[in-house]
Design a protein. Structure first.
Length: 299
């Protein structure tokens, strides 16, 4: 087995984080040629490229594995330093987590609030669709992720959180305008909807399953914000699939209506994280699991 040179891994990490060789060199207080030489040494050691020279810069498969290992070791070192020198001022600990927008808008931040008040944490939240968040852990960008996937990655463990129930909702004014004769496929084909991004297939799957409407068979906005979904629904601009957890008050007050109460969309969420967790990272996992199970529906 090849012995890892952590000075070289630090250079790889800096280049990927900074997305630029010059900025990475400035961050490490060395010359640009020195950092390029370190990357070259690392690639020669493993006899294959570790960085894809594209825009943005990306780590290759092997590069991702090396980064994931290095970042785990670095986190363990920071945790250990705090335990060995508890009286010394602690530098902020950067914690990267991949999370879906709907969890972020509902139960996620209340879970971490006590820890953020108690410890010098710098959160780096990587917001993505819940079907893709686990990629951030695989690539070494995050130590944990809220995901739809039940199977853990190598070197990771997973806990079930609970079910997030989505309702097809709209305002009374929208219903009166677009569904005067009830919720039908013909009416939905003309009613504006909302997707999180171009790869979000939640609404597509729902419409195909319950109304036999094909992708592109209805107008659909693209909005990368869970809060904006609620605002658009309340303002009568679209019908939206929104977590019940996020709009309970609007439903109770009649500002939003459950358009299809017999057919809700349910997603099972899981918390994935590195096996090698301790200290603060372990507390983060415990808080997320506890709060997630409290807020979400058990399966």
């Amino acid at each position: 087995m090849k012995t890892l040179d952590y000075k070289l891994l630090l250079a790889l990490d800096a280049v990927i984080r900074e997305q630029n060789f010059e900025r990475a060199a400035q961050r490490l207080h060395i010359t640009q040629s020195a950092i390029s030489q370190r990357i070259k040494q690392l690639e020669q050691q493993f006899a294959e490229p570790l960085i894809i020279r594209s825009q943005p810069l990306q780590a290759t498969g092997l590069g991702q594995k090396l980064l994931a290992h290095y970042r785990q070791v670095r986190q363990l070192e920071l945790e250990l330093a705090g335990e060995l020198s508890p009286d010394e001022p602690r530098a902020p600990i950067r914690v990267s987590i991949a999370v879906n927008a709907d969890s972020l808008a509902t139960w996620f931040l209340p879970a971490l609030a006590p820890l953020l008040e108690q410890y010098p944490i710098e959160l780096n939240l990587l917001v993505d669709d819940e079907s893709r968040t686990l990629d951030r852990v695989r690539e070494g960008q995050a130590f944990g992720a809220v995901s739809l996937q039940p199977q853990p990655l190598a070197g990771c463990c997973v806990d079930e959180l609970g079910e997030m129930r989505y309702l097809l909702t709209a305002s009374p004014a929208f219903v009166a305008r677009h569904f005067p004769n009830g919720l039908t496929a013909a009416a939905l084909a003309k009613a504006p909807a909302v997707a999180f991004d171009q790869r979000d297939d939640m609404h597509i799957s729902y419409m195909a399953r319950h109304f036999a409407l094909p992708p592109g068979g209805y107008p659909c906005h693209t909005v990368r914000s869970s809060e904006a979904f609620v605002a658009m629904a309340e303002q009568g601009l679209a019908c939206c699939l929104i977590p019940e957890l996020q709009i309970r008050q609007q439903l109770e007050e009649g500002r939003l209506l459950d358009l299809n109460p017999d057919h809700h969309l349910v997603e099972q969420l899981y918390w994935h994280r590195w096996v090698l967790e301790r200290g603060l990272h372990k507390q983060i996992s415990q808080r997320l699991i506890q709060q997630g199970r409290r807020a979400l529906q058990p399966r």
